[in-house]
Design a protein around this ligand. Sequence first.
Ligand code: PAF
Length: 292
Amino acid sequence: MFAFNFNKIAMPIFYGKVALMTFLKSFNTQNKTIGFVPTMGALHQGHISLMQQSLNENDVTVVSIFVNPTQFNNPEDLLKYPRTIELDTEKIYGLNSDIAIFAPTVDDIYEGEVLSQSFDFDGLENQMEGKFRPGHFDGVGTIVKRLFEIVTPNNAYFGEKDFQQLQIVKKMTQKNQLPVTIVGCPIYREENGLAMSSRNERLTTEQREQASLIYKTITQAKELFQTKSAEEVTKWVESIFENNDTFELEYFQIADEATLLPCIEKSENNNYRAFIAVFVNNIRLIDTISLK
Ligand code: PAF
C-alpha cells in the first residue's frame, strides 16, 4: 500500500467492468453526466488537464488506465510501454479523490479474444500513423468503442497531440451513432516545447532536451508555410533531420485537418495542420501544429 495524504477517503479503484457499471448505474438513472478520460497510464500534466476539464463539465469523472494490446503494431513498444499504476493513482487522487479509476485486466476487456474489430474510418486511417502503424487504428477503435459501452459517458476527452486519433474517434462515434460528445483538448508541452507524452519517460534527460528540436522545427515550418508550398516546407523539414545522428524522421506531412489528406495545393477554404513522427533511439515521438 502507499500512503495518501488526504483526509477524505478516495473512491476505490474498479478493476472489473461489472463493478464499474454497477457504480455508474445510479448516475445513468439520475440523469447525471458522466465525463470520461481514457488513458494508457503513465500520466502527465496533459492527462491531468483532460481530467480537470472533465471535472468542470460533468457530475462524475471516470479515468481508465489500460495499456491496450491491440493498438500496438510493435511488440517491443507494448512490452516497454511504461506501467506506473501506483503513481498514476496518486496523481489522480491528488487532483480529486472523487474520480472513479477503471483499471481493467486484458481478460476483462477482451474476454479471451485479444483481437481488433475492423473499421472503416472513411480513409482517415490510411494516412500518417495508419501508414506506419498497420492495424493501430483498428485497435484504438476497438478499445474506445468497448470502453464507451462500459462507461456510457456523455463527454469523452482526448488530447490533440494524437490529432489523427481524435478525428478517428469522432468518426467512429458518428458512424456508430454513439451518444457521446468527443472533446479535443490542447497539447501540453514541457518548458522546452516537447509535447508531453507517456513515452517521454523513456528518454534520458539529454534526449528530452534534444527532443525540443521537434517542436522548434514544426513551429518554423508553420512560419515557412505562410509563403512556401507544402512540398517546399516538407523538403526543408527533411533536410533538418537528414544529417542528425540523434533523430530519425519517419514522416512529416502537411494535411487537411478534416480529411487528413496531404496538402498538394493550398486552398483558402481548408485548414491545414503539420504532423511529424520522429524516432529518438527507438522511442517514437509524434507532434502536430495547426498552420492557421
Ligand atoms: O491515446 C491513448 O492513450 C490511447 O490511444 C487510448 C485513447 C487511451 C486508447 O487506448
